[in-house]
Design a protein around this ligand. Structure first.
Ligand code: NAD
Ligand code: ZN
Length: 349
């Protein structure tokens, strides 16, 4: 199945199927017909996976960066750019990112700035990559002060979501991805009962369609796209506090699941929704096998402090919350209420 991200002349398709990676040569021939060289950016570990037979039909070079978040640094961005220059990649050529969100983020940023912008194809190999990171054109690396603080918008010319690559994905990573899937399901108004008989591939398709529609309506996050941050205010704080303590206990999507359960309780405390909305959230999260327990190593005071400094929050407490009019961005939430709800939520667990 193909899902189109409609952005005028920057529109592109997301191909969702087993074997989608084998569309690479045809995609490059159609979207970058003058390309002669392809740089495939991945990690050494991923290059060893059984599904790593990615062929572009052109002269191709493997460029490797470290596993996971280790690749999202200015140092590795610099090394990547130098390597692209050594390969003499031209403006007609193409970068192909094969990996999870960390690799598509750093390779996407390199593609945005190398020669002021070259074409990139994403081949996301994690659930987070397929349903979220590879779609929408946001790219970034981390700075010492926090995650994703340097980046650019740069849309790919195509995304190949190959279900075959997910076969080797560790369970932890699958669960993390389900946190983002749960977010889409909840934003769409879905119930747990409707999840019965829905396959992982169906969930990926649903999430991709949802994200493509949101990005198509609001590419640069001026409005509707901000709703994709549902559950993320607390999630970012959980990640930041864990990182500061050098504890890598939570995958991003696991933090999102906790953030979703918290956000609906906050909406309830603010009189925006009734008990049934909390129930809907808890049931969906539990049906997807997601835990909503706030880790003990994250004190409430540190989480509040981190939430107030969220880069998207302009130094007040901003949340995406459900309400009578649907979901919306709510700025300036009273810190006392946030603290009380967070402590009560922890008390429930
Ligand atoms: N740009 C965006 O819009 C956006 C959206 C969401 C997340 N992100 C970013 O994505 C990153 C998280 O991405 P992620 O969750 O994909 O994690 P990741 O990229 O860190 O990958 C997680 C681990 O899984 C391994 N892996 C990847 N694919 C595999 C496979 N098929 N089989 C076996 N192992 C595999 C990786 O090597 C890595 O060790 C974060 O940096 C986050 O900021 C970006
Ligand atoms: Zn997210």
């Amino acid at each position: 199945m193909n899902v189109t991200v409609s952005l005028g002349e920057r529109s592109y398709d997301v191909v969702l199927e087993s074997g989608a990676r084998h569309h690479l040569a045809a995609l490059i021939a159609a979207r970058a017909p003058r390309a002669k060289t392809v740089a495939i950016v991945t990690s050494p570990e991923l290059a060893e996976q059984p599904w790593f037979n990615v062929t572009s039909g052109l002269a191709q070079h493997l460029v490797t960066v470290p596993e996971g978040e280790g690749a999202k640094t200015l140092t590795w961005l610099g090394a990547l750019l130098e390597e692209l220059a050594e390969l003499e990649l031209s403006r007609d050529d193409v970068i192909v990112a094969v990996g999870g969100g960390a690799i598509t983020d750093v390779a996407g940023f390199a593609a945005a700035v190398y020669l002021r912008g070259v074409a990139i194809v994403h081949v996301p190999t994690t659930l987070v990559g397929q349903v979220d990171a590879a779609i929408g054109g946001k790219t970034a690396v981390n700075l010492r002060a926090g995650k994703n603080l340097a980046g650019a918008f740069h849309q790919p010319i195509g995304v190949l979501c190959d279900f075959d690559t997910l076969v080797t994905l560790p369970e932890r990573e699958r669960l993390g991805g389900l946190g983002e899937v749960a977010k889409c399901w909840l934003l769409e108004g879905g119930f747990a009962a409707e999840l019965a008989g829905v396959s992982l591939h169906d969930l990926i398709e649903m999430s991709v369609k949802f994200k493509a529609a949101v990005v198509g309506a609001d590419e640069f996050e001026g409005g509707k796209r901000a709703l994709l941050n549902y559950g993320h205010t607390l999630a970012h704080a959980l990640e930041k506090v864990s990182l500061a303590r050098s504890i890598d206990e939570l995958r991003h999507g696991e933090a999102v699941a906790i953030g979703l359960a918290f956000a609906v309780r906050l909406a309830h405390a603010l009189g925006r929704v009734d008990d049934s909305e909390i129930e809907r959230h808890d049931e969906v999260l539990s049906a997807l096998g997601l835990s909503t327990k706030v880790p003990a190593h994250c004190p409430t005071s540190s989480l509040l402090e981190a939430m107030a400094h969220d880069k998207k929050a302009h130094h007040d407490l901003t949340f995406v919350l459900a309400g009578a009019e649907g979901f919306e961005v709510v700025p300036d939430v009273d810190p006392a209420v946030v603290q009380e709800v967070l402590e009560r939520f922890r008390g429930e667990q």
